[in-house]
Design a protein around this ligand. Structure first.
Ligand code: HEM
Length: 448
């Protein structure tokens, strides 16, 4: 899979024609922006599912690959240098090369995230980024599949999952996304801020409102008083340092003078939303793959009999597959800090580099499992010699929360499937050809 070593060429990179640029904006960027890059707009997601817009986006990128080869391909957009990565090896190269010369602090992303977390690691650079990234890594348990606080977090997931099942049973046995999300956010608030935040739905609403502003990036002025209210609220939680919460765990971490602990928390609250989407879609995958469900259930039961925290590898792989098939961060963005040489030409400094993950995750020209459920793909850690499957990104900018996400989501799935049979009533999934998008908001299950 490795490409031959690049020969130095000083040519500019290939560029799309004006018509191709319009097609990319219409088929790839357009639907993504319309769905909401920072918080999803459910109606647009439903339309995308219905008209297979995500499939159309992948096919558009494939056409460009067929014409231009390995790229990167410069999009002829006036006023901004943008280049799309087409080569799997370049995906690894760009992600491994963060933050220099491929900065995570990309212009569009900075404009979106400044609405609620202007000093978060992801849009910081240099020494500030180093301190903020380290604080996230240490607090979120970046290196460890089982977080140090798992013994406190897992009972929270279990209590809330049981309460959810009771509630569903007493309301006619239908599990829909709204009900699921209410429970999931209770888990998230308790894990991040402590038990006293269990019912703090106002906080979740405020985060959602500011994320809604983030969808408009630079086209909407920052709501500075809303943002200050959010950060004050989170600072109070940090000061309270409620035992058993991530806030308390972070409060006792050593940190540099520019680490900005409070500004890292909105990213966690924000990013647990896609984790809920992935979990609900994973439930649909389980319902559509009964043999895998049985194996996962048996594994959960067996692991719960041991003293160790369960690792639930089959359920973790289910969530990873949910994220491969339907990535919640479909576009990973980087920005060049210097001129960078590629095999086919030179990319100028200040270029936004676009990695459109579905074009790799769903490439049936290279993956026989592109549109199937393939949890075995996650049996071992993937490396840069593998085909890029990057739902959590990769390299030095990889999601530092990934293990924590997989710990909590797999635990929730285990708590649900061990106590209930679920029938997916809203969709019929063809295991040989899973859809290009599965609208989480439209999913519905009947508990049997
Ligand atoms: C399904 C859930 C999640 C997915 C798919 C996901 C995916 C990602 C991806 C793709 C990135 C890289 C973004 C980029 O480079 O622009 C990222 C960054 C990040 N994620 Fe996650 N994430 C998830 C949940 C979480 C959660 C729950 C947390 C915290 C509790 C978290 C913390 C972070 C942080 C702090 C960064 C920035 C890292 C940096 O600055 O280098 N994520 N995530």
């Amino acid at each position: 899979m490795r490409s031959p070593s690049p020969s130095p060429v000083q040519n500019p990179l290939p560029r799309t024609t004006a018509i191709e640029t319009v097609q990319v904006l219409r088929d790839v960027q357009g639907p993504m922006v319309a769905k909401g890059p920072i918080i999803r707009r459910p109606k647009v997601v439903a339309v995308s599912e219905r008209f297979d817009l995500d499939g159309r986006a992948v096919r558009r990128v494939q056409k460009l690959t067929e014409k231009y080869g390995r790229g990167p391909l410069v999009l002829n957009v006036p006023g901004r240098n943008m280049a799309m990565i087409l080569d799997p090896d370049d995906v690894h190269r760009v992600l491994e090369g963060s933050p220099e010369p491929f900065a995570t602090a990309e212009t569009l992303k900075r404009n979106a995230l400044k609405h609620f977390e202007p000093k978060v690691a992801l849009i910081s650079h240099g020494a500030e980024r180093t301190q903020r990234r380290r604080l996230n890594e240490e607090t979120l348990g970046h290196d460890s599949p089982v977080h140090q606080m798992a013994a406190t977090f897992l009972p929270v997931v279990e209590q809330e999952s049981l309460a959810l099942l009771d509630e569903v049973r007493s309301h006619g046995g239908v599990l829909d996304y709204d009900r699921f999300l209410e429970t999931w956010y209770r888990v998230v608030r308790r894990v991040v801020l402590g038990d006293s935040a269990r019912h703090d739905t106002e906080l979740t609403e405020l985060v959602e409102k500011l994320r809604g502003d983030g969808n408009w990036a630079f086209a909407k002025p920052v709501d500075t008083s809303g943002r200050a209210a959010l950060l004050d609220h989170l600072q109070a939680a940090l000061d309270r340092a409620e035992p058993g919460s991530l806030a308390a765990y972070m409060a006792q971490m050593p940190k540099g003078p520019d680490a900005e602990p409070v500004q890292q928390i909105p990213q966690w609250l924000f990013a647990f939303d896609p984790a809920g989407m992935a979990t609900f879609r994973a439930l649909a995958l389980l319902a559509a793959h009964p043999e895998h469900l049985e194996a996962a259930r048996a594994q959960a039961t067996q692991e719960q009999q041991s003293d160790q925290a369960p690792t639930l590898s089959l359920l973790r792989a289910t969530v990873l597959e949910s994220l491969r098939l339907w990535p919640t961060t479909p576009m990973i963005l980087r920005e060049t800090t210097t001129e960078v040489e590629f095999v086919h030409g030179v990319m100028p400094a200040g270029t936004s580099v676009l990695i459109f993950a579905p074009a790799f995750h769903r490439d049936e020209r290279h993956l026989d499992f592109a549109h199937r459920f393939a949890p075995e793909e996650w049996d071992r850690p993937r490396t840069r010699d593998d085909w890029p499957l990057v739902p959590f990104s990769a390299g030095p900018g990889i999601c530092p929360g990934r293990h924590l996400v997989l710990l909590l989501t797999s635990a929730m799935l285990a708590d649900i499937v061990q106590r209930a049979e679920l029938e997916l009533t809203s969709h019929t999934l063809d295991p040989e050809r899973l859809p290009s998008l599965l609208n989480n908001v439209g999913l519905e299950f009947r508990l049997r």
